[in-house]
Write a protein that binds this ligand. Structure first.
Ligand code: PHB
Length: 390
């Protein structure tokens, strides 16, 4: 008895090493409002990962604490992150759908001794703002560079670009322009529209007036991408033969039923398609489809979250559950695994994910359902935007 008590005291003195700790992960994302489906996909990815891999890492129990940030709101993002760190004592911060929300939190990571694992926010520069940021999603440089070649090879030589006027939009515009000019194409006009834009008819008119043969577009996935693709169709651009080229944000699977034939044949480049044909993806879709309830709602933020949890589990394992943000991040530099999207690696220098980017075409299956059909693979793509971000 006495020996047991002594052992218990010693264990407490050693930081409770003999006992199971609860490791808290704070996840910030849009869980209500117009982008709630994107946040729901974060949760589905997390739940799927924890169902398949269990809730424990070694002796430690992983607990996820959610905070809702319905729209891009950097000040609110920072205060939620501070509350998670100070009050909830989270050891990890994760999620972040919108770039400004991730950017606002990078200055607090070092002092808080907390790594940030980004499940979505896609502006190249974010990883340069703190050595404690790791990203498991994509960048718009990564996804928009290959579509420039696709557009040129399709015989389109003059393009107008239209993007949301904030980080990932500006990156997408620059990536497309660099890639397209390298091929010999010309971007005749570059339109940046406020993030809040939801009436796209005037933009469609400007596209028609520009005389371009094609349009390159980026908007963050959600109600606005749905509105944009619908407007492209309804304003007669599609029937006029003005081709639309975009990263896959514009044809996320959960929007395809509402887009219907409007999106049929549309080509996009992206890191993940729900239809990706691999055993890892079949297992993921089964688990995440169950977690989300309605599998038709499954879309890319779920895979960013699933892989993000994989990274966090590896970090917890490497630190033995102790709070050491730098050690945690160092442990995943160069980490490779087979994701539902295909083979991936955390680039040891940038801490951003290296992955295949796929050219996909919206097709209709024999079951009458629309899907992104992968037709070409651009292998092992790093982030071409990091040089530009420095
Ligand atoms: C971002 O804000 O970084 C962002 C959001 C949604 C996307 C892509 C990028 O689909």
């Amino acid at each position: 008895m006495k020996r047991f008590v002594l052992a218990a005291i010693a264990a407490v003195a050693l930081g409770g090493a003999a006992y199971a700790d609860t490791i808290k992960v704070g996840v910030i994302g849009p869980f209500s409002g117009p982008f709630a489906l994107q946040g729901k996909n974060f949760k589905a990815g997390i739940d799927a990962y924890m169902t398949v891999n269990g809730k424990k890492v070694g002796n430690d129990e992983v607990e996820v604490i959610y905070r809702d940030l319905p729209a891009a709101d950097p000040a609110q993002s920072k205060s939620l992150a501070q509350e998670l760190v100070v009050k909830e004592k989270v050891q990890y911060l994760a999620g972040f759908y919108f770039t400004p929300d991730a950017m606002a939190v990078t200055p607090i990571l070092k002092q808080a001794n907390v790594p940030m694992v980004i499940f979505n926010a896609a502006t190249s520069a974010i990883v340069t703002k703190s050595p404690l940021v790791v990203r498991t999603s994509f960048t718009t440089w990564q996804t928009s560079t290959p579509i420039a070649k696709v557009a040129y090879d399709a015989g389109v030589k003059k393009v107008i670009s239209v993007v949301s006027d904030y980080g990932p939009g500006v990156d997408a515009e620059n990536a497309f322009k660099a890639g397209f000019e390298k091929q010999g194409g010309e971007v005749v006009q570059a339109i940046r529209m406020p993030l809040s834009t939801n009436d796209f008819s005037p933009i469609m008119q400007r596209i028609k007036d520009s005389g371009a043969q094609g349009v390159f577009a980026f908007l963050p996935s959600g109600p606005t991408t749905l509105g944009f693709v619908k407007a492209y169709n309804e304003n007669g651009l599609k029937s006029a033969g003005i081709k639309l080229f975009a990263p896959g944000d514009l044809t996320q699977e959960s929007d395809l039923p509402a887009l219907g034939d409007a999106a049929l044949g549309m080509q996009t480049t992206f890191h993940y398609a729900v239809s990706h044909d691999s055993p890892e993806n079949k297992a993921f879709v089964a688990a995440a489809g169950k977690a989300i309830g309605n599998p038709a709602e499954l879309t890319f933020p779920a895979v960013g979250a699933f892989d993000g949890m994989h990274v966090i589990y590896k970090m917890i394992e490497a630190t033995g559950g102790k709070q050491d943000a730098q050690k945690a991040v160092d442990a995943v530099k160069g980490l490779s695994w087979v994701s539902p999207r295909g083979p991936v690696t955390i680039d040891p220098e940038s801490r951003h994910i290296t992955q295949n980017i796929y050219l996909r075409e919206v097709a209709k299956g024999s079951d009458g359902k629309y899907y992104n059909k992968e037709i070409q693979t651009f292998e092992k793509q790093g982030d071409p935007g990091l040089a530009a971000a420095k």
